[in-house]
Design a protein around this ligand. Structure first.
Ligand code: FAD
Length: 469
């Protein structure tokens, strides 16, 4: 078998792996990236990007439906719209194609060797690649970077139907070419809510089943209230404190059960199981390295080094939070460490965004986290109903909240819920990473009229100086 040599070998071409490879090449490191499926990983192909494209299409359709029903408060009147799902899916795939093609072009431009095939670890410095249409080959490297990502968790009673059956993961639920008349969604985390809401807006009857007592259980209840209200307004049925047991014998319904053994059937043509993702550590002989693990995730230190010298890991395979921007930031750190720079992955805040309706953003510490950390803090919120931009774009629901230290007003965290608040995530994160105090944000001129003014007003309110509330 032919053996090639390289300095850095990256397994996985998702946002972690491809960013690490490009940054390493920029720093003059001979880099090879092995990808078994498609460049861009889960994020570009079956995650962040297609889900946001689907959500956008659904929002546009819903607005047209409102206009068609004669209920648009803006006075827009139109005929009843129709949705051509095949065209919508083509458009969505086109967005994905442009971005994945762009990643391929960037890798080429930077001189990264891209190998299509599944990698299997031989030892900490050798990887064998099974290539489609070519002989398997080996690569020897000085540094091995594991960026193999994550996979959807299956429920024991509801395994994913590979052959077009009713039980699907988010991957298939992004690609329906026929509208599921009745869609049951198991799991009310952000993926379940994002996709459930989108398919409801496109016309499906949607029922959400959640085992805990509320939707978005990982987020503060106050932030989730507008989301729950919107689910109800859209006509989505939500059953909390129920767990999914399995399909009915005839496969046309989902059996659900409460903690009190109360059981019933949710009629469903499709069942989306969205109960979380787990690090992808199986199938490529990772176990042979006997790395220290954190549960199912590969354990890494602040420089993303594993327990074996010369073997690094980033992104979803290293565990929570499973977010694309975290994977990318870790990828940069690893490339720069290998280039000899003294770098660590030690962010003060990693923004988390739910592209629900309305959107939710959490950056840094919540009030509860600050209390648990023993920090005496102040907090204040500014409601969008008092923000001119929000009202003028029909987005008066929700608020921005700031949490800061009481002694020196150093900003610790931001939380927001409202239409379009995902775009505030950058400003929230900047303020924390740059060590801003309430006075800094309060004194900075925020363009009028923008949603960002709510951020300034929340800071001013925490100082007792809010103008518009
Ligand atoms: P991945 O993107 O999973 O990439 C890993 C790559 O490694 C894959 O391409 C895989 O084929 C390849 N690979 C694995 N094993 C091998 C092998 N042995 N040989 C060769 N190649 C291999 N995150 C956000 O930040 N924002 C969002 O809005 C968001 N929305 C999401 C929506 C959905 C529906 C889903 C499923 C996920 C979403 N995520 C979101 C999560 C995000 O997609 C992941 O956090 C991110 O993709 C992780 O990047 P990664 O590089 O670690 O792994």
């Amino acid at each position: 078998m032919k053996t090639h040599t390289t300095h850095l070998l990256v397994i996985g071409g998702g946002p972690g792996g491809y960013v690490a490879a490009i940054r390493a090449a920029q720093l003059g490191i001979a880099t090879t990236l092995v990808e078994g499926q498609a460049l861009g990983g889960s994020c570009l192909n079956v995650g962040c990007i297609p889900s946001k494209a689907l959500i956008h299409a659904a929002q546009q359709f819903e607005a047209a439906v409102r206009a068609g029903s004669g209920h648009s408060p803006l006075g827009i009147r139109a005929g009843a719209p129709a949705m051509d799902l095949a065209v919508m899916q083509q458009w969505k795939d086109g967005v994905v194609g442009r971005l994945t093609g762009g990643v391929g072009a960037l890798l080429r431009k930077h001189g990264v060797e891209v190998v299509s095939g599944w990698a299997s670890i031989v030892d900490g410095k050798t990887v064998e690649v099974a290539r489609e249409g070519a002989e398997p080959a080996r690569w020897r490297c000085e540094h091995l970077l594991l960026a193999t990502g994550s996979e959807a968790i299956e429920l024991p009673g509801l395994p994913f139907d590979k052959g077009g059956g009713p039980v699907v993961s988010s991957t298939e639920a992004l690609a329906f070419t026929e509208l599921p008349r009745r869609l049951a969604v198991v799991g009310a985390g952000y993926i379940g809510l994002e996709l459930g809401t989108a398919w409801r807006k496109l016309g499906a009857e949607v029922t959400i089943i959640e085992a805990t007592s509320r939707v978005l259980p990982a987020y503060e209840e106050e932030l989730c209230k507008p989301v729950l209200a919107s689910l109800r307004r859209l006509g989505i049925t939500v059953h909390t404190n129920y767990s999914a047991e399995g399909m009915t014998r005839s496969s046309d319904g989902l059996r659900v059960r409460s903690g009190h053994a109360d059981e019933f059937v949710v009629p469903a043509d499709k069942v989306l199981v969205a109960v979380g993702r787990r690090p992808r550590t199986g199938g490529f002989n990772l176990e042979s390295l006997q790395l220290a693990m954190n549960g199912r995730a590969i354990k890494v230190d602040a420089r993303c080094r594993t327990s074996m010298q010369g073997v690094w890991a980033i992104g979803d395979v290293t565990g929570e939070p499973l977010l694309a921007h975290r994977a990318m930031a870790q990828g940069t750190v690893v490339a720069e460490c290998i280039a000899g720079q003294r770098r660590e992955f030690a962010p003060l805040a990693i923004p988390a965004v739910c592209f629900t309706d309305p959107e939710v953003v959490v950056v840094g510490q919540t009030r509860q986290a600050a209390t648990e950390a023993g920090i005496t803090h102040v907090s204040a919120h500014f409601p969008f109903v008092a923000n001119g931009r929000a009202l003028s774009v029909e987005a008066g629901e929700g608020f921005v909240r700031v949490v800061a230290r009481q002694d020196n007003h150093l900003i610790l965290g931001w939380q927001a819920v409202g239409a379009g608040v995902s775009e505030l995530a950058a400003a929230f994160t900047h303020s924390i990473e740059m060590g801003a105090r309430l006075e800094d944000v309060g004194a900075i001129i925020h363009a009028h009229p923008t949603l960002g003014e709510a951020m300034q007003e929340a800071a001013l309110r925490a100082l007792g100086q809010a103008i518009h509330v």
